[in-house]
Design a protein around this ligand. Structure first.
Ligand code: HEC
Length: 179
């Protein structure tokens, strides 16, 4: 008895379906390459896709204080917004006998990700507002606070992919499509 009702519903769907399929959605339009370009900003670990521009940690400090510090805290150590997370410190804490503190410095395997993430997602309330120079400079500043680059090192499309992150070898690669 209880199965009768679903069967009746299915039967009615079958009769409606061909009419619905015949309709073409009447919304949307072809997207222009220029509109795609502003979203097509992914940077590979090898730096593929990095834009022209440059910055140093010294230049990045002022940008950080103005646009990042309110949430991530002075020198990136103690965030005032808990979700924002610390950007600096925690080196050597990703070990079996320690409490892990995951930051850009202690955890992230590629420096290029810092540029990519900052440019696309930060500042949180105004994402994609930084120029390439600002994103390079503030990335340089965060890397410098972590002791990874010098304060006057020029960070750009050539130098950023060469920055070696402390935890680069701390990941176990696995094949996504094992045969
Ligand atoms: C209004 C608060 C706010 C401001 C301002 C802000 N952030 Fe963030 N940030 C966040 C939050 C919240 C997250 C976590 C987002 C998430 O997990 O989805 C985050 C995450 C990050 C991360 C990733 C941290 C990790 O380990 O996962 C980086 C890097 C970062 N922010 C850099 C910056 C930089 C650089 C600036 C300035 C240009 C900035 N943020 C400004 C709130 C902020």
């Amino acid at each position: 008895m209880f199965t009768l009702k679903p069967i009746a519903v299915c039967a009615s769907m079958l009769t409606v379906a061909p009419a619905a399929l015949a309709q073409v959605p009447q919304f949307g339009q072809p997207i222009a390459p220029a509109d795609i370009a502003s979203w097509d900003i992914s940077i590979g670990p090898d730096g593929a896709g990095l834009p022209p521009g440059r910055g140093t940690a010294i230049e990045g400090e002022a940008i950080y204080v103005a646009k990042c510090q309110a949430c991530h805290g002075e020198k990136g150590i103690k965030p005032s917004v808990a979700l924002a997370g610390a950007l600096v410190g925690g080196m050597g804490t990703l070990a079996p006998d320690k409490t892990p503190i995951k930051t850009v410095g202690s955890y992230w395997p590629y420096a290029t990700t810092l540029f990519d993430y900052t440019r696309r997602a930060m500042p949180f309330q105004e994402s994609k507002s930084l120029t390439a120079d600002e994103a390079y400079a503030v990335s340089a500043y965060i890397l410098n606070l972590n002791g990874i680059v010098g304060s006057n090192d020029v960070i750009d499309a050539q130098s950023l992919p060469k920055v070696r992150m402390p935890n680069q070898d701390g990941f176990i690669p696995f094949p996504r499509n094992p045969k």
